[in-house]
Design a protein around this ligand. Sequence first.
Ligand code: PGA
Length: 240
Amino acid sequence: MIDFAKFSSIFVANWKLNGNLEFIDKYIDALKNKPATKNCVILCPPYVYINNIRSKSHFFVGAQDVSHKEEGAFTGQVSAKMLSDLSVKFCIIGHSERRQHFYEKNSDIKIKARLLIENEIIPIICVGENEEQKNLNLTNKVIFSQLEECLPDISNSKNTIIAYEPIWSIGTGATPKLEEIESCIFELKNYQKMENYKILYGGSVNLSNSGNICNLNSVDGVLIGGASLKIEEFSQIINY
Ligand code: PGA
């Protein structure tokens, strides 16, 4: 069990389909002297680099996805048990890019969350509305129903993390206003007794907004895509 109480904020770096061995060496080298010990830093590279990062870095390593199958004839898949063999402690699931490009459904995400928890890996479950839903004031309705459909009954505040990621904000440079982020995550925490869950914000987080976002009362940290690949910027973000 990871004791989150000892950390001030959680920072998840989602590298997506980026990185190579040379980049990893530079990255780890640059962050070596900036340990960010008061924060929980989780690096999520593509699967094939998990072991490289784990052996070279003192940060937690996470995966970006997992199979919804335990084993068998499922070419190209990686199971929760395999991730646990590599001492992976976290795994992003339900990212909007997985939902969009790989047609992932809430029901798949729920199975993945259960398998991860059973293998003592903390799922970081992504939820968020698209632009049209936001304009129709449907944000809360959308994310509440995603949560209802994605959270397995074995989930609790110690074995699961939620990431609120408005789809219109991912990779666009547009973010909700600070008060909108606070209110959305506040509402999530008040939803079905989720007040003790760690809830992150994700979507165009960078050096100029991460401090303000992390300082919001209800926000426990951030999930960072693009800016997590910029070594100097990321090292400043995690040491704020
Ligand atoms: P971004 O990506 O920080 O580049 O917007 C965030 C994400 O996809 O989780």
